[in-house]
Structures are given as C-alpha cells and as structure tokens.
Design a protein around this ligand. Structure first.
Ligand code: ADP
Ligand code: MG
Length: 254
C-alpha cells in the first residue's frame, strides 16, 4: 500500500530524514516510535506531501506521491494531481485543526462536497454515519468549542474518513488530550484497525502499540534504527538507543 524508498529531507542544513525505506502492506498497522526530533512528523508529512523532499520516492498503491519521473528527471506533480493523491491519505494531527466557526457536521462535509463533488445530502448522510461510528451522532450540530479534546479528535478522525482514504496517518493523536479522554480516541483507532484500515501511527501510547501494531518502527536522528513485531521490540530490542528510548517512555508513564 505504501512504499518509501531512499527518502531524504532537509530543512536548510538540518538533514532530517536520511534515507528512509519503509513498506506498509494493505491493512497493516505500523506504529512509529522514537525520541522527539527524530523526524517522525516530517516522515508522515512527506507521505501526503505536506512537506516536499529532495531525494527518494514514495508510492501509494504503486502511484508516486508528490514527485514523478518525467524523461528520467524527478519533477513535482501538477497541483490538480497532488490534490487528488492527497485524498487517498487521511491525516489526524495532535492539534485537531477543526474549523472553529463551523458545526461538527459542516467540518466533516466540507471536503467531500468541494473536493469529491458530493451533494450536500450525500455528504450529510455520510457524515452522520461516521459520527455514529465515532460515537458522536448527538454532537452533529455542536461547535468544536463545546466539545472535549477527545470528542474533537474523534470528529477529526470522522472528517478524515469522510474522504474515504486508503491510508490513515496519525501524528500523536492523543498527546494533547486530557488523560480521561485518551481512551475514547484509542478505542476508535482500534476499531478502525480491526476493520482493516491501513494505518501509520506515531504515538507514545505503549499499550496501543503493543496491542494493535502489526509492526513497530523505531526512528532516531532521521533513520530507522530498528523494526519488528511489538513482541520483539518490547521484549528484546536489539538497538541500544531503542532500549534507552523505551526505558524513558515507560518510566514517564509510571
Ligand atoms: P519528531 O516528530 O520526531 O519530533 P520532527 O519531524 O517534528 O520530529 O522534526 C525533526 C527535525 O526537523 C527537528 O530537528 C525539527 O526541528 C526539524 N523541523 C521540523 N519541521 C520543521 C520546519 N517546518 N522547519 C524547520 N525545521 C523543522
Ligand atoms: Mg512529531
């Protein structure tokens, strides 16, 4: 579903991604772990081309993301193609990014109407189904400011799903939440995983990583230092920096 080859990305002379290779199969849940500043967010943002990159290639279902090869030269895709390709990749951020002046249902229906050409009626129908799914049908006409953090994040997930993406990317979706609302968001993500959604999740929720991930990828300083099943990564990590990282995270959680 996702194939990343030799991905390099710099901000000025800060070489943030130093040759990332990663493949994600359809229906697989990959959790990315790693210390702050290791390039996790940048990697996710490259996957839906919110960030450009200098070298390497990303493909979703075989189709290149952001850049294509024309006569052997790598060039940026036309804007129209970029927009189409982005619809395949849903993203959920730490800060929900909902439109504050729109109702919950308007937040969800806007993109399907403007980008997918749905009628308002179709979009409303879809939005209500998705709100049902994330347990917020009764909040359809509320404003984001009247929702808890966990509720906002569930709306953000519904909004991403409304575009019927092939892949969902989550960048620390529960890090900004009050502890009592973390569980409800993780529950929605667990359900999505069970339904077979292909997911790449950056999180420090080790319980989620252990129970839901098919594979864990550990990043440090712009490279993948280790990957494996949760079993292997938690029980016998092979890289010393993975051990240090896990130790720190688990200590913080206690
Ligand atoms: P992580 O998500 O693992 O904490 P990031 O991908 O956010 O790491 O950041 C990796 C590195 O890239 C850091 O050194 C950060 O300062 C830098 N960085 C991230 N975004 C930008 C940006 N928009 N401009 C300049 N530097 C950035
Ligand atoms: Mg980050």
């Amino acid at each position: 579903m996702i194939r990343i080859n030799g991905l390099h990305k710099s901000f000025g002379d800060n070489h943030v991604l130093q040759g990332i290779n990663l493949e994600v199969r359809q229906g697989e849940v990959v959790v990315i772990l790693g210390p702050s500043g290791s390039g996790k967010s940048t990697l996710l943002r490259c996957i839906n081309y919110l960030e450009t990159f200098e070298r390497g290639e990303i493909r979703i279902e075989g189709r290149p993301i952001g850049r294509t090869s024309v006569n052997g030269r790598s060039v940026e895709m036309p804007q129209k193609e970029l927009n189409r390709m982005r619809q395949d990749v849903g993203m959920v951020f730490q800060s929900f990014n909902l439109f504050p002046h729109k109702t919950v249902i308007e937040n969800i229906t806007m993109a399907p109407i403007t980008l997918r050409g749905m009628t308002r009626e179709e979009a409303n129908h879809l939005a209500m189904d998705l709100l049902q799914k994330v347990g917020l049908a009764e909040k359809a006409y509320a404003r984001p400011s009247n929702l808890s953090g966990g509720q906002k994040q569930r709306v953000a997930i519904a909004r991403a799903l409304a575009m019927k993406p092939k892949v969902m990317l989550f960048d620390e979706p529960t890090s900004a939440l009050d502890p009592e609302t973390v569980g409800e968001v993780l529950q929605v993500m667990r359900q999505l995983a069970k339904e077979g959604m292909t997911m790449v999740v950056v999180t420090h929720e080790m319980g989620f990583a252990r129970d839901v991930a098919d594979r864990i990828v550990v990043m440090d300083k712009g490279v993948i230092i280790e990957e494996g099943t949760p079993e292997t990564i938690f029980r016998e990590p092979s890289h010393p920096r993975t051990k240090i990282f896990l130790h720190q995270v688990l200590e913080r959680a206690e």
